[in-house]
Design a protein. Structure first.
Length: 360
């Protein structure tokens, strides 16, 4: 049992690292090309809408991922009930946002946001179709399939985005990138995953897991809202170009940070769950993975901090130099973020969802 878990953990770390590194490498290449071809305003328009998409995806997921991964056993009928719930809720949220699109455009004083929002928010419904598949694969530590799905979606959407940018689609190309990325990933998971929904649905699972997932849902909403409140405030009270600078700085600092932090935390949570009856081994595993994270995150982020100006000038051109102060501040925050996430995962897997909410 111990040896099997060690092998699964090692394999999961490798595939999760390949996933994050491959996905972020594609994102970096596409991001550099689009940043050189498009204006800060184009990115600002997308940045103004991202917070609505992120919050909606969290509402649709409802904290069920963490709740079901730590659960000992889930049936096909229970997974089917979760799928129905996710899709129905995503359709309701999309309808509300579709109706609210003119108000969102008025708030930011950008009329073009109305049609852009209605198109971009379709990704909420698309993402809801892949939540159950993601839960099952994560619970089984089957990161190979999710890695291939993520990298494939990044490559396909990236190639089409660059073609659209070259054809003059401007900010619409960025919207297509986000939509296609979600769609290709979901299709890949449904085609290659072994799970298919059951003709029966056991909706009792919703009530059972929601008592645990409720605080996770509220915690995620608070975290996401606070992290993305700057998009709303900058977009509302400052020129849209400033939001473009902030949006790009945040996106580029997340590339190395996400490769390290998401690789570690993505594998840590399901492994913590499998060790739930062995607290000493859980703590030992937490310490080991934090040491590995420290070894990786500090040199990478401090190194980036020291060459920011030169990096932006060479890679993105001088037009993006106003993004440097944003980038430097965000890099400092990114250094400690993985440790926060690891400890929060540890607290949640121990069943203390209310504690994680209070800490957040």
């Amino acid at each position: 049992m111990t040896e099997s878990l060690k092998k699964k953990t090692a394999s999961s770390l490798i595939w999760n690292a390949l996933d994050k590194a491959g996905f972020q490498l594609v994102a970096l290449i596409v991001g550099i090309i689009t940043a050189r071809l498009l204006s800060p305003r184009d990115f600002g328009l997308i940045g103004a809408l991202v917070v609505f998409t992120l919050l909606s995806n969290i509402l649709v997921e409802s904290g069920f991922t963490s709740a079901l991964i730590r659960r000992k056993k889930n049936t096909a009928a229970e997974y089917t009930a979760i799928l129905y719930f996710n899709v129905l809720l995503s359709a309701i949220i999309y309808l509300l946002l579709f109706i609210s699109a003119p108000k969102i455009a008025d708030f930011f004083k950008m009329p073009e946001l109305c049609s852009l929002a209605r198109f971009l928010f379709l990704s909420i419904i698309i993402n809801s179709l892949g939540i159950v598949q993601n839960i099952i694969l994560t619970k089984e530590l089957a990161f190979k399939l999710t890695s291939l799905a993520n990298i494939t979606s990044a490559i396909v959407s990236g190639i089409i985005t660059i073609i659209l940018v070259l054809k003059g689609f401007e900010y619409w190309a960025l919207a297509w990138q986000l939509l296609l990325q979600s769609a290709v990933r979901v299709v890949f998971l449904w085609v290659f995953s072994s799970w298919k929904f059951s003709p029966k649905a056991d909706f009792k699972v919703l009530k059972e897991v929601f008592s645990f997932s409720f605080f996770l849902l509220i915690t995620s909403l608070i975290t996401t809202l606070v992290k993305n409140a700057y998009n709303i405030l900058i977009g509302r009270f400052f020129p849209i170009q400033q939001l473009g600078y902030y949006f790009q700085a945040n996106k580029f600092q997340q590339i190395p940070s996400n490769v390290i932090s998401m690789t570690m935390t993505g594998v840590a949570y399901p492994v913590f769950s499998k060790l739930n009856g062995e607290p000493d081994r859980q703590v030992l595993y937490l310490r080991k993975i934090m040491r590995i994270t420290s070894f990786l995150i500090f040199p990478v982020m401090i190194g980036m901090l020291s060459i920011t100006n030169e990096l932006v000038t060479i890679v993105l051109t001088d037009k993006w130099l106003p993004a440097v102060p944003y980038f430097q501040l965000l890099v400092i925050a990114a250094i400690v973020y993985p440790f926060h996430m690891l400890n929060m995962n540890f607290i949640i897997v121990k069943g203390h969802s209310k504690m994680s909410f209070c800490l957040e």
